[in-house]
Design a protein around this ligand. Structure first.
Ligand code: FES
Length: 127
């Protein structure tokens, strides 16, 4: 059996939503100290709905595939739905990751959570 699913390979080789969003109103950056990989999420949120999501990932193939899939999953979702995104959902959507690569999908979950946390704080400051 191949180490990586076709979906992982596809999202690694043709990642969706790469880059930054200039007028993003929720940005979150996380890193994994062990492997040194870094993931930055940009979200454009309007009326509680995620209109756009982009990412910059300096990391392994699984981290790039996970960010690509995670941004695809949360686009069009409400903030509440996106805040419930789990790394299991990302892994499942990718048809699985090798056991030692699960932490790469956790990074995607954390980056989105971080961005949403910053969004809520920014909203709080505005009011
Ligand atoms: Fe650390 Fe993939 S090896 S994010």
């Amino acid at each position: 059996m191949a180490l990586y699913s076709d979906k992982v390979m596809d999202h690694f080789l043709n990642p969706r939503n790469v880059g930054s969003i200039e007028d993003a109103n929720a940005v979150g950056e996380v890193g994994n100290a062990k492997c040194g990989d870094i993931m930055k999420m940009y979200l454009k949120i309007e009326d509680g709905v995620i209109l756009d999501a982009k990412f910059e990932t300096f990391g392994c193939a699984s981290a790039i595939a996970s960010s690509s899939m995670a941004t695809e999953l949360i686009k069009g979702q409400t903030v509440e739905e996106a805040s419930k995104l789990t790394n299991q959902a990302v892994t499942e959507a990718l048809d699985g990751l090798p056991a030692h690569k699960i932490h790469c999908s956790v990074l995607a979950q954390e980056a989105i959570a971080k961005a949403l946390e910053n969004y809520n704080q920014a909203e709080h400051l505005d009011s």
